[in-house]
Write a protein that binds this ligand. Structure first.
Ligand code: NAP
Length: 293
């Protein structure tokens, strides 16, 4: 039987409708939630993510701007920009689009963001609050995945979850959230990475399998337990002369093969990515709400 598709487009649309209500309430009080993205250099994928964040914010009636800096921006210049954003009351939340050019220090840059404006939830204070089960913001991709599971009434309590990838932005925070004593947690979580000896022994046990590796076809049908929920986070551009842009986007999962074994599956595109942007917008709205509480 073919797996049921988890429709990120539909879930994101419902989620953003609710968010629009929160934006409206703020606007009635004279507050227009504002999101700024700092884009350094001209990486096409980063530029495209930033554009979709700006579009999403505008559609919700939020303010949004992109600060574009050249690829050779110095740390001192970036620090000045961060300090200005920290001091600007019209900017409720902002992000520094990653990855950064090599002369810039990711930690120094992210830690300088005022935690109350940290729309990506990357600052150690916000990571700490999240880890303690008292989140101020949601890390965008893990938060989006949890919303997708909720929308399809997929329970996590008592389930075996296997996450492929342990990055600070996806695998690690998601593993913390799903193992917490909470309504969307209570799972038994295994995290796999480059030092994991045999992935399949783990993946075969997974009721919920999350792939966040950055490599096409990492998950194949033989690695999946029948009926499992498959969340494909990967966003890989592969060359395709037939495609208008010369490339197409694929995830980390062999979608065709795995669909025949899994119970649920997220497509790429049209799955996790749309929810990631939605959570970023939600964090900005939360940041604006916090200024009036
Ligand atoms: P990352 O920082 O590069 O981390 C990748 C993780 O996968 C690491 O933990 C790494 O292990 C592991 N890994 C990589 N290659 C492996 C291999 N051959 N065997 C075993 N483990 C391997 O990546 P990320 O930022 O988490 O992103 C992962 C993917 O998700 C990318 O395709 C990215 O574009 C996509 N993404 C999508 C969204 C979205 O909204 N849909 C959001 C964020 C990221 P080690 O730790 O041992 O190196």
């Amino acid at each position: 039987m073919e797996a049921q598709i988890i429709d990120g487009k539909k879930v994101a649309a419902d989620f953003r409708e609710q968010l629009a209500g929160r934006v409206e309430k703020l606007r009635e009080r004279g507050i227009v939630p504002g999101l700024t993205a700092v884009l350094i250099g001209s990486d096409p994928a980063s530029a495209s993510y930033v554009r979709s964040k700006k579009r999403g914010a505008k559609k919700l009636g939020m303010n949004s701007q992109v600060i574009e800096l050249p690829a050779d921006t110095s740390q001192r210049k970036l620090n000045d920009v961060i300090d200005q954003l920290n001091a600007n009351d019209a900017v409720h939340g902002y992000i520094i689009q990653l990855p950064l050019p090599s002369q810039l220090n990711v930690h120094e840059s992210l830690y300088r963001i005022r935690p109350e404006k940290d729309a990506d939830c990357f600052h150690p204070e916000n990571v700490g609050l999240l880890t303690l089960g008292r989140p101020r913001f949601m890390p965008a991709t893990p938060g989006g995945i949890i919303e997708l599971l909720k929308a399809y009434d997929i329970q996590t309590s008592g389930k075996e979850v296997v996450i492929l990838g342990r990055s600070d932005i996806v695998g690690r925070p998601l593993s913390i959230m799903l193992s917490q004593k909470s309504a969307q947690g209570n799972a038994t979580v295994t995290v796999c990475h480059t030092r994991t000896k045999n992935w399949t022994t783990h993946t075969k046990n997974a009721d919920i399998l999350v792939a966040a590796v950055g490599r096409p076809d990492t998950v194949t049908a033989d690695m999946v337990k029948p009926g499992a929920v498959i969340i494909d986070v990967g966003m890989n551009r592969i060359e395709d002369p037939q495609a208008k842009k010369g490339y197409r986007l694929v995830g980390d999962v062999d979608y065709q093969g795995v669909s025949e074994v899994a119970g649920y599956i997220t497509p790429v595109p049209g799955g996790v990515g749309l929810m990631t942007v939605s959570m970023l917008l939600a964090n900005t709205v939360t940041a604006a709400e916090l200024t009036v509480k």
